[in-house]
Design a protein around this ligand. Structure first.
Ligand code: PGA
Length: 252
């Protein structure tokens, strides 16, 4: 199975820059090496949906409302995302949990709304620095997964992104950003699979795509993607540059 590589552009790029990026990416042989996904801001989804239609590049939203429709000013529903051609949506990214107080219950509701529209929720989980220091990594991952996945039956239609908060470039104060080590990633992914095996069947748990995110770069992608149990990467900073993103897509 090819690796799932998701570019999380966050709140960056203009529409013109995004379209230039996608135009060049479509021409690059790298899009055939991995399953390439672009998670773009809402305002770009319609245009990028048209641009990527029929290409190997899939589109993702970065967030979705937990409500079906109605008086929720500023929100975007899963049904609206469906119309843009989005195949995936991030859910519960740590920036949303931390800056916008998103809860595990909201993350579950959002995931359910996406599944109703046949959009794959990319559910982000991960401990923060303090939880890791206190030895609470597994407790945190177990809580986040159990709460987010309660009531979800289509195990094969979800993606889990393990993103230790302390390894995401945004939350690192130092100039030199550090990803988690292969050993840390391997341990967390094995634990996530174990929890998934308890929540679903062992067989379904093995089939779920589990990707890693947190300072994935062109330099460390090879090392990270070769860790057993890592099915892909969620890439923030390094996805804004075509050269580094294609290098990650090309990683064998
Ligand atoms: P980063 O971001 O690659 O810049 O650490 C990853 C993410 O926030 O998803």
């Amino acid at each position: 199975m090819k690796k799932l590589i998701i570019a999380n552009w966050k709140m960056n790029l203009s529409l013109t820059e995004a379209q230039d990026f996608v135009r060049a990416l479509k021409r690059s042989a790298a899009v055939k090496q991995s399953r390439a996904v672009i998670a773009a801001p809402f305002t770009m989804l319609v245009a990028l949906g048209k641009q990527t239609k029929g290409s190997p590049i899939a589109l993702a939203a970065q967030n979705v409302s937990e409500h079906l429709f109605g008086a929720y000013t500023g929100e975007v529903s899963a049904k609206m995302l469906k119309e843009t051609g989005s195949k995936y949506s991030l859910v519960g990214h740590s920036e949303r949990r931390i800056y916008f107080n998103e809860t595990d219950d909201q993350i579950r509701e959002k995931s359910l709304r996406l599944l109703e529209q046949n959009i794959v929720p990319v559910i982000c989980v991960g401990e923060n620095a303090e939880e890791r220091r206190k030895g609470l990594t597994e407790v945190t991952l177990s809580r986040q997964l159990t709460k987010a996945l309660r009531g979800i039956e289509q195990a094969q239609k979800i993606v889990i992104a393990y993103e230790p908060v302390w390894a995401i470039s945004t939350f690192q104060k130092t100039k030199a950003k550090k990803s988690a080590t292969p050993a840390e990633i391997s341990e967390a992914h094995a634990y996530i699979r174990k929890v998934l095996g308890e929540l679903f069947s062992k067989k379904s748990a093995t089939a779920i795509t589990v990707i890693y995110g947190g300072t994935v770069t062109a330099q460390n992608a090879q090392q990270i993607l070769s860790v057993a149990g890592v099915d892909g990467a969620l890439v923030g900073g390094a996805s804004l540059n075509l050269e580094s993103f294609t290098a990650i897509l090309n990683t064998k």
